[in-house]
Design a protein around this ligand. Structure first.
Ligand code: C2E
Ligand code: MG
Ligand code: MG
Length: 331
């Protein structure tokens, strides 16, 4: 470590160029042979990962093995806490509006799980859902989400006269369970919500790991009236031919394609192409992660059907979402 610091010190010494003084800072990632890798490619890849970590944390020097073992212990910690959290129901759902691009009215919501841990604070689903999937805790957790979301939507239907479509994210681990379809049918029946008001969001990942068996399941769900939406489109690897055989209802353009849209380089955007593919496959198209008015205008001009994103609303607790009922939303 001392030698590494010496290198950093040498790099950081000021130097002059055209009478101006410059400083360089550096980030170092370290991978050691043999414990971090036995081939040069593996060592370079791990050193690179450590370097990115060093850059992002502004820590200067990061050893691959330290980070790696930290990650493992963070995962073990989360898994332990999740067990308890599932039993104690430390979770909550927030709802984000999905907005019709022409009328600017809310046609549905997406239920997004929130975990507020008494000591660790808010933990992002992007972090704990993968842990829940690997430990299979996603099964009880996912059942809780489905039940809670359908109950809430049934309540809005009965008591507020709203026919909103509630979208729920489901993991491949949940879908693989043989009882999934029956359990879901039971939940819907118990709440009395019309099945047409439920949409399941699945990612391309599901289609890849799961293959044709999935087709039967999706079809029985669709026969019940439940809609299927393909989340994060454009970030997975499924073939278009494969997608065509699934006959899903909605395609969600991943926010990455929305983020990288710029008015000055419209011609570089993949959005019009993705919308055309969705429509050619007979799907409705929604864009997620929409943050600006400019993005809404572009999506509308290109024929996108619906929009979800901070421009209209962040995900909100149920009581806050109710304030948006029957309103024309302004982005
Ligand atoms: P997702 O299904 O693609 O959900 C969209 C994510 O984008 C949400 O993050 C949402 O808060 C965020 N978002 C919405 N609008 C904007 C925007 O305008 N700008 C930006 N930057 N972000 C926006 P969140 O809630 O952190 O969820 C992350 C992911 O975790 C979700 O991605 C989904 O894959 C997963 N997830 C969330 N809840 C559940 C759940 O109940 N079950 C399962 N299996 N996965 C869930
Ligand atoms: Mg989603
Ligand atoms: Mg998504």
């Amino acid at each position: 470590r001392d030698d590494l610091r010496k290198i950093q010190r040498l790099i950081s010494e000021p130097y002059t160029l055209d009478q101006e003084e410059f400083h360089l800072t550096s980030s170092i990632g370290v991978a050691l042979y043999p414990q971090d890798g036995t081939t040069s490619e593996e060592l370079i890849r791990h050193a690179d990962m450590a370097m990115y970590k060093a850059k992002s944390m502004e820590r200067g020097i990061v050893f691959y093995y330290e980070e790696h073992s930290n990650q493992v212990s963070r995962e073990m910690l989360l898994e332990q806490l999740l067990h308890k959290a599932v039993v104690d129901e430390e979770f909550d759902l927030h709802y984000q509006p999905k907005v019709d691009i022409l009328t600017e009215k809310m046609t549905g919501t997406e239920a997004l799980i929130r975990w507020n841990h008494p000591e660790l604070g808010n933990i992002s689903p992007a972090e704990f859902i993968p842990v829940a999937e690997r430990s299979r805790l996603i099964i009880p957790l996912g059942n809780w989400v489905l039940k809670k979301a359908v109950e809430q939507n049934a309540k809005w239907y009965r008591e507020s006269g709203q026919s909103l479509i509630i979208a729920v994210n489901v993991s491949p681990v949940q879908l693989k369970q043989s009882s999934f379809v029956n359990n879901l049918a039971k939940t819907i029946q118990e709440t009395g919500m019309p099945p047409e008001l439920l949409e399941l969001e699945i990612t391309e990942r599901v289609a890849i790991d799961y293959g044709t068996e999935l087709l039967d399941k999706l079809q029985s769900l669709q026969r019940m009236g439940v809609k299927i939406s393909l989340d994060d489109f454009g970030t997975g690897y499924s073939s278009l031919n494969y997608l065509r055989s699934f006959g899903m209802d909605t395609l969600k353009i991943d926010r990455i394609f929305v983020c990288d849209y710029s008015k000055d380089h419209e011609e570089k955007s993949l959005i019009p192409g993705i919308i055309a593919i969705g429509h050619a496959l007979g799907m409705k198209v929604i864009a997620e992660g929409v943050e600006s008015r400019e993005q809404v205008e572009f999506l509308r001009a290109k024929g996108c059907d619906a929009v979800q994103g901070f421009v209209y609303s962040r995900p909100l607790p149920a009581a806050e979402l109710e304030k948006l009922f029957d309103k024309k939303l302004t982005g």
